[in-house]
Ligand binder design. Structure first.
Ligand code: NDP
Length: 247
C-alpha cells in the first residue's frame, strides 16, 4: 500500500531532500511551509502536494487538516531553524533593563515556537490520523547537546518531549524519534550569516572531514520510517560526522 508522508518545512534544505527520497520510494508526499514559491517549485519538479502552513499557529493547523487525507503514515517535523538569524539588530538597551528583558523574552519564545511548539502542535493536530505501524520523526540538532542559546534549548526540549510522545504512541505501534544533524550545508538554515572561518571550524570538528548534506539526513529519516526500524523509538539519532560523539 502507498504510504502518506507529511514533511513540515519541506520546500527547502533537509525537508526537500527527504521529500525527494520518499517520492523516490513510491510514497505519496505532502510538504508544507510558509512561502508558496519553494513549495510550488518542488511540486512541479517531483509531484509532491504543497500546502502553505505556519506550524506555530493553531488556526493554520486546523486549516491544514482540511487538506490532508484521513490517514498519515509518517510525520516528519522538520520545520524550524534558529530564529535569531532573522532577528533585526537593535540598539543595545542595557542588559537587565525592561526593554532588554522584553526583547530577550520575545527572541527566546520565537525559537521555542519555531522548533518545539510547532512540532508539538503539529503532532497533536495529526494524532487521530497517524496510522498504526507509522512513524513520527523530528529534526533536532547537535545544538541540543552543544548549546546555542534559545535555539539549542528549543531542540533539547524537543528531545525531552519526544520521550513522552514515544510512550504515548508506542502501544499503537507508532515510533517517535529525533534525528539530530550537525552542520548540514546547502540549506537556508544559516541565511547569509555563516562566515568562511566558522564553516571551516564546523567541518574541522567532524571525523569525516566534510559538511553533512541534506541527503545524509534524509536517508536517516527514511530509515527511521522504514520497516527495519519498528523497534527503535524514543531515541536520538545523530548525523554529524562525529562532531558530537555519544556513548
Ligand atoms: P532550511 O531553512 O532550508 O529549512 C527550514 C524549512 O522550514 C524552510 O523550508 C522553512 O520555509 C520552513 N519553516 C520554518 N519555520 C516554519 C513554520 N513556522 N511553519 C512552516 N514551515 C516553516 O534549513 P534546514 O533544511 O537546514 O532546516 C531543517 C531543520 O533542520 C530545522 O529544524 C533546523 O533547525 C534543523 N537543523 C539544521 C542544521 C543545518 O546545519 N542546516 C543543523 C541542525 C538542525 P518557510 O520559511 O517558507 O516557512
Amino acid at each position: 500500500m502507498t504510504r502518506t508522508i507529511l514533511i513540515t518545512g519541506g520546500g527547502t534544505g533537509i525537508g526537500r531532500a527527504a521529500a525527494r527520497h520518499f517520492v523516490g520510494q513510491g510514497d505519496s508526499v505532502f510538504v508544507t511551509g510558509r512561502r508558496p514559491a519553494p513549495l510550488d517549485r518542488l511540486a512541479q519538479e517531483i509531484g509532491v502536494r504543497a500546502l502553505v502552513c505556519d506550524h506555530t499557529r493553531p488556526e493554520a493547523l486546523t486549516a491544514l487538516l482540511a487538506e490532508l487525507p484521513e490517514r498519515v503514515d509518517v510525520l516528519v517535523n522538520n520545520a524550524g531553524g534558529n530564529t535569531d538569524f532573522d532577528a533585526e539588530i537593535r540598539a543595545d538597551p542595557g542588559v537587565g533593563s525592561r526593554e532588554d528583558l522584553v526583547a530577550y523574552a520575545e527572541a527566546f519564545r520565537a525559537n521555542l515556537d519555531a522548533n518545539l511548539i510547532s512540532a508539538a502542535l503539529t503532532t497533536r493536530a495529526l494524532d487521530g490520523r497517524l496510522a498504526a505501524g507509522g512513524a513520527v520523526v523530528h529534526i533536532g540538532s547537535i545544538a541540543a547537546d552543544q548549546g546555542s542559546g534559545s535555539y539549542g534549548a528549543s531542540k533539547a526540549g524537543l528531545t525531552s518531549w519526544n520521550v513522552d510522545l514515544a510512550r504515548t504512541l508506542g502501544p499503537r505501534g507508532i515510533t517517535a524519534n529525533v534525528v539530530a544533524p550537525g552542520y548540514i550545508a546547502d540549506t537556508e538554515f544559516f541565511r547569509d550569516r555563516l562566515a568562511d572561518q566558522r564553516r571551516e571550524q564546523l567541518v574541522a570538528a567532524t571525523s569525516t572531514g566534510r559538511a553533512g548534506s541534506p541527503d545524509d539526513v534524509a536517508r536517516t529519516i527514511a530509515f527511521l520510517a522504514s520497516a527495519g526500524a519498528r523497534h527503535i523509538t524514543g531515541q536520538v539519532l545523530h548525523v554529524n560526522g562525529g562532531a558530537h560523539a555519544t556513548r
